[in-house]
Structures are given as structure tokens and as C-alpha cells.
Write a protein that binds this ligand. Structure first.
Ligand code: HEC
Length: 147
């Protein structure tokens, strides 16, 4: 199963059932398997979260452990997110929120299929890399670790 997942990931080949948006397997309202086996770093995740040129999460969200002025309020406050969502649920929401709530304004950071108005130069590319998403999950699912 995992071997199949990894093979899919690298080859971009077949499309498992119930998986409309990209190279990951959705189960219920979550993506249980990490997108990469690389070692994650919640500090890097926090930096990405706050970086307006990177993941720009802070444009729409707030987080009490991020000391950036003018945090956004279009999306919910993501402090203490681990109290209400598992890492697997957070993974689906970052990768493909559209699979949770079609038409949401929350961008789908790892979706490669069924997107609209994609510049041909970026077709098939995800907004964030697997490790970037896992770093952000590490930050959001364990906010006690952060400074
Ligand atoms: C353009 C604005 C926007 C940006 C940028 C954005 N989000 Fe969101 N996000 C939202 C909105 C709006 C919601 C609520 C979704 C809904 O109800 O439709 C949401 C919901 C979420 C949720 C679910 C929260 C919950 O309580 O269920 C998570 C997790 C999340 N966002 C993480 C992120 C991360 C991580 C980033 C950066 C990689 C990010 N978001 C960037 C707008 C945004």
C-alpha cells in the first residue's frame, strides 16, 4: 500500500479511487499517510506559515505563537489546532481543502488536478512541496514546541 503510494507519487501514474485532487489517498476527512518520509522541522514550518512570500498562511490566519503584525482574519485562528484536528485532518485541509468544502477560499496547496485557471507553465505543480506541508503540519499539530 505504501509502496504503491510512493510509486504514484513519483511517477504521477494511476489514480486511486476517491482521490480526485492529487497524489495522495484521502480517507474520511483526512490524509493519514505523510506526504514525505523526510524529517520535519516545526520551526521551519512556523517560518513558512508566517512568510508572506512563502506559504502566506498569515495573510488569512492568526496564530498566537507567531509574532507578525497584521495577521489575517479571513480564515480561523489556528492556535491550539491540535485540540480539534489530528495531523491527518490538518494534512487534508492544507493539501486539498476543496475536498472538505468545495468552493472554499482556502487554497489547496497540494492539489494538482481539477484546478481552474492554472498557467500552463505551472500545470501539474503543487503550491508547496511535500516537506513544506509536513513542516507546517508539525508546527500546527504541536504548538507547544514553538518559541
Ligand atoms: C486566502 C486565504 C487563506 C490562505 C492564504 C490560507 N487559508 Fe487556511 N483557511 C482559509 C479559510 C477561509 C478557512 C475556513 C475554510 C472554510 O470554512 O471554507 C481556512 C481553514 C484552514 C484550516 C482548517 C481550520 C479549522 O479550524 O478547521 C487549516 C488547518 C488551514 N486553513 C491552514 C492553512 C495553512 C497552513 C495555510 C498556509 C499554507 C493557509 N491555511 C492559508 C483561508 C486561507
Amino acid at each position: 500500500m505504501r509502496a504503491c503510494f510512493l510509486a504514484l507519487f513519483w511517477l504521477g501514474a494511476c489514480s486511486p479511487t476517491g482521490n480526485a485532487g492529487g497524489p495522495y489517498q484521502i480517507e474520511g476527512d483526512a490524509i493519514p499517510a505523510p506526504l514525505t518520509m523526510e524529517t520535519t522541522d516545526s520551526r521551519r514550518g512556523a517560518d513558512l506559515f508566517a512568510d508572506r512570500d512563502g506559504a502566506h498562511c498569515i495573510l488569512c490566519h492568526q496564530h498566537e505563537n507567531i509574532s507578525v503584525e497584521f495577521q489575517g482574519n479571513l480564515g480561523p485562528d489556528l492556535s491550539h489546532l491540535s485540540h480539534r484536528l489530528t495531523a491527518a485532518q490538518i494534512r487534508l485541509r492544507i493539501a486539498d481543502y476543496d475536498a472538505v468544502k468545495p468552493g472554499t477560499t482556502m487554497p489547496s496547496y497540494f492539489r494538482t488536478k481539477n484546478l481552474y485557471q492554472v498557467d500552463p507553465a505551472f500545470e501539474g505543480q503543487t503550491v508547496l512541496s511535500p516537506l513544506e506541508i509536513e513542516d507546517i503540519i508539525a508546527f500546527l499539530s504541536d504548538d507547544d514546541q514553538i518559541p
